[in-house]
Write a protein that binds this ligand. Structure first.
Ligand code: ADP
Length: 629
């Protein structure tokens, strides 16, 4: 490698690029034609960027303000060229952009690859391949580029056969922008054909607002013609836009390969004039759970692309939405700072949220909602926490697992739940736990099962925050089955019996409490349990053990809270305890009772080895006692 930037140097691809190239070449053979869409998409982005920068620096146009994408082919030379007069790249940019992958989600993507071509080709569609798609049809790719506004001798040539290395050299290049020359593989020569290329442009790139030009076909024809629609898709009348047009545009804005799940296109011509086109992707992107990941809505002002990932356009909990906002009511030189205190943007944002929630509500009525919920439900839940104004609307869209379902499906809405509430039931009950199995088998559910009361089983970490913000739904409070004293419907007849039992066991309960000491806040006779000997409950306003676990796992300090041990007075283990005269043995038994309760809710023991030791001692005692003679 040489440090003299004027001369030619050979450099290696970042290892992820090599991996991606292998994947692209091996798994996208049956979708080879996408190379054109990807290159035209990049060309169009480059033109958008130039137009934006030229708003404040006219000089960048270099006296050629007409934006064009040219597609040429040469059957004799076996090449296809895609050329734009957009922003172009400097030598450093070429090395950076065409030698590395800096996209968010890259790490997650490569972590998910299995090595199985078929499986991985599904994933790669989700990740997107961009420029590297060139190597599906080309065994050598040459890129000539010059950044707008730089000297004519500051051009750069990049060249690679896609096998680990590329070269860069500085060249003279009078015109700004980028040209990508594909040296076609022998089995890809079919693409060096005017009709084929026109057809592909129509199919995949018709929505590109820049004219895409090709040489006229026909013997006596000279000159070029525009082969796409060449107007921004969202400005066209809705009835003129086909589903395929919408889908193709989605692939362009989102860099996704798959079709979107749904979209909503709105033109507003009231006090404010704006157009929005929002899409729900077919699948979750790799970085969905990174709350700082880029949001996918682009801002245009009077059809000029202004910025990507404009935070002010949509709240974080809608970060999975892709699309565009185009308005006349912002200045062309609008900055991110200006957006933060702009009335027009606030209005557009409010209306956009409503449109998107409406689109999700439409989905909620149909068959696809399961896949929507699986992909984006966890993120939508953040909306209950963040967006007080729309909380009730979002709450209706939530889906949960429940004790009424056999499987860990998340299909129960709060409305479903309410419609099934039994006579006298005053609350929507839920249980939070680390996972479905722990939740489903929790001793806290025993009395609910017996009384036929449904309990929602919440196992997403975000659920703990969700329930702290969603304290009621449609007038009915949400109540944790892990907290406080329970007042359940239909309990009155047993109440007297329970109280009597409590009296009887008051002495035992007192003994257990003394034996456990600091470990518990209190010990009481339980109304929750029918089968298990004991469980732990929190006081109404104390943090649940699950939340404490989540916070600890994320490295936060959690104040130690002790909890209440509830014992099932009718359980043989507990009645046996009452007869235990040996204080040491009594202590060991109560310890086990407490530790079981911790384990049953998925908690961690402070002294697991001590627990094992105590259990073994007791088992041995029992074994000795059972031995004949
Ligand atoms: P993506 O477009 O998803 O960012 P690509 O691999 O297609 O990924 O391209 C990587 C980067 O290379 C782009 O983000 C852009 O900065 C640059 N690039 C690609 N094609 C062009 C082009 N025609 N003009 C200017 N820059 C380009």
């Amino acid at each position: 490698m040489t440090t003299d930037t004027a001369s030619k140097e050979t450099r290696g691809f970042q290892s992820e690029v090599n991996q991606l190239l292998d994947l692209v070449i091996n798994s996208l053979y049956s979708h080879r034609e996408i190379f054109l869409r990807e290159l035209v998409s990049n060309a169009s982005d480059a033109i958008d960027k130039l137009k934006f920068l030229a708003l404040t620096n006219e000089g960048l146009y270099e006296s050629d303000a007409e934006s064009i994408v040219d597609i040429e082919f040469d059957t004799a030379a076996k090449t296809i060229t895609v050329r734009d007069n957009g922003i172009g790249m400097t030598r450093e940019e070429v090395v950076d952009h065409l030698g590395t992958i800096a996209r968010s989600g890259t790490k997650e993507f490569f972590g998910k690859l299995s090595g199985d071509a078929k499986q991985d080709s599904q994933l790669i569609g989700q990740f997107g391949v961009g420029f590297y798609a060139a190597f599906i049809v080309a065994d050598r790719v040459t890129v000539n580029s010059r950044r707008a506004g730089t000297a004519p001798d500051a051009g750069v040539r990049w060249e690679s056969d896609g096998k680990g290395e590329f070269t860069v050299e500085t060249i003279a290049r009078p015109s700004r922008g980028t040209e990508v020359i594909l040296h076609l593989k022998d089995d890809a020569l079919e693409f060096a054909n005017g009709w084929r290329l026109r057809d592909l442009v129509k199919r995949y790139s018709d929505h590109i607002s820049t004219p895409i030009r090709m040489k006229k076909e026909g013997k006596d024809e000279t000159g070029t013609e525009t082969v796409n629609h060449a107007t921004a898709l969202w400005t066209r009348a809705k009835q003129e836009i086909s589903d395929d047009d919408y889908k193709a545009f989605y692939k362009h804005v989102s860099h996704d390969f798959e079709d979107p799940m749904a979209w909503v296109h709105t033109k507003s011509e009231g006090k404010l004039e704006y157009t929005t086109l929002f899409y729900i992707p077919g699948r979750a992107p790799f970085d969905l759970f990174d709350r700082d990941s880029a949001r996918g809505v682009k801002l245009y002002v009077q059809r000029v692309f202004i910025m990507e990932d404009a935070e002010q356009l949509l709240p974080r909990y809608l970060r999975f939405i892709r699309g565009i906002v185009d308005t006349r009511d912002l200045p062309l030189n609008v900055s991110r700072e200006l957006l933060q205190r702009n009335k027009a943007i606030d209005t557009i944002r409010g209306a956009s949220i409503k449109k998107i929630l409406g689109m999700i509500e439409d989905l909620a009525g149909g068959e696809n909602y399961g896949s929507f919920w699986q992909a984006f439900g966890r993120v939508l839940k953040e909306g209950v926490i963040e967006d007080g104004a729309n909380r009730d609307r979002i709450a209706k869209l939530l889906r949960f697992a429940s004790t009424k379902l056999d499987q860990a499906e998340h299909t129960v809405s709060l409305e479903d739940y309410k419609s099934r509430m039994v006579d006298g039931q005053t609350a929507i009950y839920f249980l939070t736990a680390e996972n479905h199995l722990t939740a489903k088998n929790s001793p806290h559910l025993e009395i609910f099962r017996e009384k036929g009361l449904e309990v929602l089983l919440l196992t997403d970490p975000v659920d703990e925050w969700l329930v702290s913000h969603l304290t009621e739904f449609d007038g009915t409070p949400l109540k944790s089955v892990l907290h406080g004293q329970l007042e359940l419907p239909g309990a009155s007849t047993e109440e007297g019996k329970d109280e009597q039992a409590e009296d009887e066991h008051a002495a035992l309960v007192g003994r257990i409490k003394t034996a456990l000491g600091e470990k518990v806040k209190d010990v009481r006779s339980s109304r929750r349990l029918t089968h298990s000997p004991a469980c732990l409950v929190s006081e109404d306003f104390d943090m649940s053990a699950n939340l404490a676990r989540i916070l600890k796992a994320s490295g936060q300090e959690v104040p130690a809270t002790t909890r209440i041990l509830e014992v099932n007075a009718g359980h043989p283990l507990v009645t046996h305890l009452a007869d235990e005269a040996d204080e040491d043995r009594f202590k060991a038994w109560t310890s086990i009772l407490f530790e079981q309760a911790v384990l049953a809710e998925g908690g961690r023991l402070e002294d697991p080895a001590g627990f094992v030791h105590r259990v073994n001692e007791l088992v041995l005692d029992l074994a000795k006692a059972a031995r004949p003679g």
